[in-house]
Design a protein around this ligand. Structure first.
Ligand SMILES: C[S@@+](CC[C@H](N)C(=O)[O-])C[C@H]1O[C@@H](n2cnc3c(N)ncnc32)[C@H](O)[C@@H]1O
Length: 205
């Protein structure tokens, strides 16, 4: 899909006013620190890795990553500057905040060893969702890993219309050309550990 995205960003807690309460809401619903630790563990981040968190929100996952004794260089990306300010203020070590959308990542190709995206893709309308996955693929190093965790928000009766998608998460992932290394599930969230397929000789990925 070409053209600059113009849709209205759906903030972490649906309304800007509630963003400062997002962490509390996450903890109450079971998506707080323990849950983010579970997501982070699937990334098997090594000291010295460059890590990008797409749709980082208030940075709960980043706090978990930065709490590790040999914390990686971590960038929190989100279009919501207010959420990023909270993420940076609460981070136990320096956290780079990048105000941008996932479908236009301001980074060179093959920049990151690990990319995470947790509970964020369902905020992106279908028209742009594949673009986010392709952008992550572009900035991932050939031996990198992408941990993608989100609700299965394929269009069904109980999925709010603003978050519903024409496709399953796995269909989006397959369409963007990732290889699935691992799958897991917790509290209604599907987690995929993804890698890039080996390049085909003479074909740019
Ligand atoms: C439910 S919050 C998840 C925050 C955090 N990753 C977590 O798991 O707690 C979804 C986040 O996605 C962000 N978001 C919405 N549209 C986005 C886009 N196009 N690209 C990147 N992030 C986006 C929102 O601003 C919000 O902070």
């Amino acid at each position: 899909m070409t053209g600059a995205p113009t849709y209205r960003i759906r903030p972490a807690a649906c309304f800007d006013l509630f963003t400062p309460l997002y962490d509390l809401g996450c903890s109450v619903l079971g998506y707080g620190r323990g849950f983010k630790g579970w997501v982070a563990a699937h990334g098997r981040v090594a000291p010295g890795d460059r890590v990008l968190d797409v749709g980082a929100g208030t940075g709960v996952l980043d706090r978990v990553l930065l709490d590790a004794p040999a914390a990686p260089t971590t960038l929190a990306l989100d279009p919501d500057r207010r959420a990023l300010r909270i993420a940076r203020a609460k981070a136990p070590r320096p956290l780079v905040g990048v105000a941008a959308r996932g479908e236009a990542l301001p980074f060179a190709d093959r920049t990151f060893d690990r990319v995470f995206s947790t509970l964020a893709l369902h905020h992106v309308p279908d028209r742009w969702r594949g673009g986010v996955l392709r952008e992550i693929r572009r900035v991932l190093r050939p031996d990198g890993r992408f941990v993608c965790a989100d609700f299965e928000n394929h269009r069904r009766r109980w999925v709010p219309r603003r978050f519903a998608s024409e496709r399953t998460l796995e269909e989006w992932i397959a369409d963007a050309g990732y290889r699935i290394e691992e799958r897991a599930w917790r509290r209604g969230v599907h987690l995929f550990v993804l890698s890039l397929p080996p390049p085909v000789r003479g074909v740019d990925r």
